[in-house]
Design a protein around this ligand. Structure first.
Ligand SMILES: Cc1ncc(COP(=O)(O)O)c(C=O)c1O
Length: 368
């Protein structure tokens, strides 16, 4: 653990001046839907909430399994975890041994690097080229595979780029991995937040896929800690269940019971609303960067992130620092890998009014 540092995302956020505009953290600002709050309050007040079985309430596991009809999962194919972060850590711990290599996207969420190291593996990166709008490129992916590769990670929609992998990309990955025994860990935490076509899951194309996902982002439930791991592979799910039982026992019973409403008509309407809001905000922000700063930002396809190209202005860490001093929190691209050097990750979990104020402050910081 000594070698692991808090991420640059946290380091910048924690140094924010009072009244800063936050383009930094990837945390939904939309309120948790009222029907979920009411249900959780009712459950806490009226019911006895002891432990659940380690892998979670059967009805909830069934609902999650139904989300992947192509896998035809039994209940045992799902373990409910404390957010998708726990599912991810469990997956890495169960798959990766000392000396194994894990193929990770560059740029990507820094937790993959940390989880690889926690499992005593070695991170190896495949480039999602900045000059091609951070799109997936199978030749880069294949170039990273060696006889030591034990697992690979895909994320779609992506944190930090907001890009979605196309079905062709996922098919190419499945072809490249076919017969190798390499695990694919598919981070689908943003899969309900898309602005065009619904993203495909890597598990549609490759059986040795472990899905990690949850309700945090699509229903603004980050603090509730409802996530899951799901896979067709019975042995890996058994291992994840054992590790999960010894690390957390079960995620909050109140959260699990209330989350049974996470696929109701009301919940689907809330997810649809979130998609519409984030899509509109993304377009607004990208347009504003162009008009106000004369800078290009990637057009988001999902999640709530865009990458602002500040290469013409200099070093991303220095620019993020200048923004921070002008009360705007951003994250330097290098926090996600050297491919994103010269970019800032901007999260649009803010009202248009706040985003306009944030861009005005950035203009001052950058242009003086
Ligand atoms: C890419 C990605 N995966 C996983 C997580 C973890 O989310 P949670 O544990 O709340 O499900 C996050 C949170 O920021 C994320 O951005």
């Amino acid at each position: 653990m000594r070698g692991l540092q808090p991420t640059l995302i946290r380091q910048f956020f924690e140094r924010a001046l009072p009244d800063s505009i936050n383009f930094g953290l990837g945390e939904p600002d939309l309120p948790t839907p009222q029907f979920l709050r009411d249900e959780a309050a009712r459950i806490a007040r009226d019911e006895q909430n002891g432990y659940t079985s380690h892998p979670g309430i059967p009805a909830l596991r069934d609902k999650i399994a139904e989300q992947y009809p192509h896998l035809d999962l039994p209940r045992t194919g799902v373990v409910v975890t404390c957010g998708s972060q726990e599912a991810m850590t469990d997956a890495f711990m169960c798959v990766v041994d000392q000396g194994d290599e894990v193929l990770l996207p560059n740029p990507s969420f820094p937790a993959y690097d940390a989880c690889t190291r926690i499992a005593q593996g070695t991170p190896v990166y495949y480039r999602m080229p900045a000059d091609d709008d951070f799109k997936f490129d199978i030749s880069n992916f294949k170039a990273g595979i060696t006889e030591k590769t034990k697992a690979a990670v895909v994320i779609s929609p992506s944190n930090p780029t907001g890009k979605i992998m196309r079905p062709e990309d996922l098919k190419q990955i499945a072809e490249a991995l076919d017969g190798t025994g390499i695990w694919l860990i598919s981070d689908e935490i943003y899969s309900d937040l898309y602005f065009g076509e619904r993203p495909h899951s890597a598990s549609e194309y490759y059986d040795k896929t472990i899905i990690v996902s949850g309700l945090s982002k699509s229903l603004s439930m980050t603090g509730w800690r409802l996530g899951w791991a799901a896979s067709k592979d019975a042995a890996i799910m058994e291992a994840i269940q054992v590790l999960h039982g010894f690390t957390t026992v079960c995620t909050s019973t109140i959260t699990q019971k209330a989350s049974l409403l996470g696929w109701s008509d009301e919940a689907e309407a809330a997810k649809q609303h979130a998609r519409e809001v984030y899509k509109k905000r993304g377009e607004f922000l990208v347009d504003l960067f162009d008009k106000e700063l004369g800078l290009r930002a990637t057009s988001p396809e999902g999640a709530f992130y865009t990458m602002l190209d500040v290469r013409s202005l200099g070093d991303d860490v220095e620019i993020a620092e200048k923004c921070l001093q002008n009360r705007v929190v951003t994250v330097p691209g290098v926090a996600f890998g050297d491919e994103a050097k010269g970019f800032l990750r901007i999260s649009f979990c803010n009202t248009e009014e706040k985003m306009a104020e944030g861009v005005a402050r950035m203009k001052k910081a950058i242009r003086g």
